[in-house]
Design a binder for this molecule. Sequence first.
Ligand SMILES: CC(C)(COP(=O)(O)OP(=O)(O)OC[C@H]1O[C@@H](n2cnc3c(N)ncnc32)[C@H](O)[C@@H]1OP(=O)(O)O)[C@@H](O)C(=O)NCCC(=O)NCCS
Length: 184
Amino acid sequence: MKAGQIIRTIQNNDETVIFRYPRWQDVPAYVEMCNILHQERVMAYHAETSFAKGCKRLSGILVDLETGKRAHVFIETNRQIVGEGSLQVDRAHRMGTLGIKIIGKYRRRGLGRETMLLLEAEARKFGLRRIYLHVWHLNEAAIHLYQKIGYREVGRVPEWYSMKDETGNIVYSDLIEMIKDIGE
Ligand SMILES: CC(C)(COP(=O)(O)OP(=O)(O)OC[C@H]1O[C@@H](n2cnc3c(N)ncnc32)[C@H](O)[C@@H]1OP(=O)(O)O)[C@@H](O)C(=O)NCCC(=O)NCCS
């Protein structure tokens, strides 16, 4: 059983931060994190997460984790889940698809970089040779992080997404596809 296993523990801004696999008991803390990200208008959580929806999503994650279809890392500090990173395995191409989210209060502390590198190590354990992700071109923080650790743009769909900004104006964002080669 992988559920709940600790992958790495670090000291960060005088707090102990644990990177670990999810476990079933995480449902309330997971739902809380999803809804903080929703309030922050993070696109992956564009709808509110009910307790039932959180149960369903986490059970899917746990099944995938235990059956080797994905790696999923929760970032925990002070008994709160403050972020997550996921790497979905696509065996046909020895490629994995990565996603990462950290709540606002815990950004710019190196946790994103740490999570990306842990997921890269997980990808190597799966025998993958390439990690793929996509990101909106307006998301400068994520693009800087990805570029800094070796991801390169391999494709772009112009004006893939439109949304209203705070003043009600429609803004368009390109979808950028990026990859990192991690092995033979
Ligand atoms: C993208 C995200 C995961 C970055 O996580 P983070 O923990 O803040 O990143 P780190 O502190 O590890 O930063 C690593 C590097 O990324 C870049 N970076 C991170 N945030 C940045 C920002 N706001 N502006 C510019 N560069 C930024 C910097 O190069 C930084 O290195 P530096 O601090 O030495 O300059 C985080 O902002 C987030 O979760 N955002 C909301 C969800 C999201 O957009 N996910 C990605 C969807 S594709």
